[in-house]
Design a protein around this ligand. Sequence first.
Ligand code: FPP
Length: 247
Amino acid sequence: MTSRPYPDDLPRHVAVIMDGNGRWAEARGLSRSDGHRAGVDAVRRVVRAADDLGIPWLTLYAFSSENWNRPKAEVDTLMRLPEEYFEQELPEAIERGTRILTIGRRDRLPPHTRATVEDAVARTREGRGMNLVFGLSYGGRGELVEAARRMLRDQEMGRLNPEALDEKTFAAYLDEPEMPDVDLLIRTGGESRVSNFLLWKIAYAEILFSERMWPEFDRAHLEAALGDFRNRERRYGLTSAQVRSGE
Ligand code: FPP
């Protein structure tokens, strides 16, 4: 059963669909690549802010499994972003004790991207600060299918009894078993959809759709989103009266 953290001031897990880089760039006569680079700057700002604010888990949707279908030049740019980001940010991440993780199909990343990401993950493994997760070649349905595949393998090996399968056991087969449920999902860029992101973990997430394009998003917008979250009443299927009385 899902626990009830109400009243809960600070989300334990914030997830972000960073949309709007392309439109932000086009509106300024810039290239989409410029938009993605500005998106990396927003990542730098928001990661720092989230850590300063004490958010334990931050998950960023950097590249979806569907993004492979974009023009090759754009995919190539997107695949270089982790290098640009970690080259500058890894020393500070290590200093802050940030633990870098990824979800998604690392095996589909080009070798240079994969090597960069794996280096960042390995060098921050002992971090006990914020968990910073990048969705890379990630899709929620794909993650569920992979979980089912791992489960079937375990069953075949006699390590899993189908009768004992419950939500907790299932969740342990997802890409990052330690990741808690998402409390707050933010999507920038003015669209109101979840785009195959963290389908299992957003079951009870509060969702905030922002009109702002991702390259404009900063600490003040994150703080405003947290303020909005604080005012939400999380009910988990209960009545408002039950929640208020703490029954
Ligand atoms: C969607 O906006 C955004 C992406 C496909 C890429 C998001 C990536 C970043 C913000 C940077 C990631 C950073 C690291 C460190 C890996 P869009 O370009 O589709 O925007 P549009 O809808 O306006 O065209």
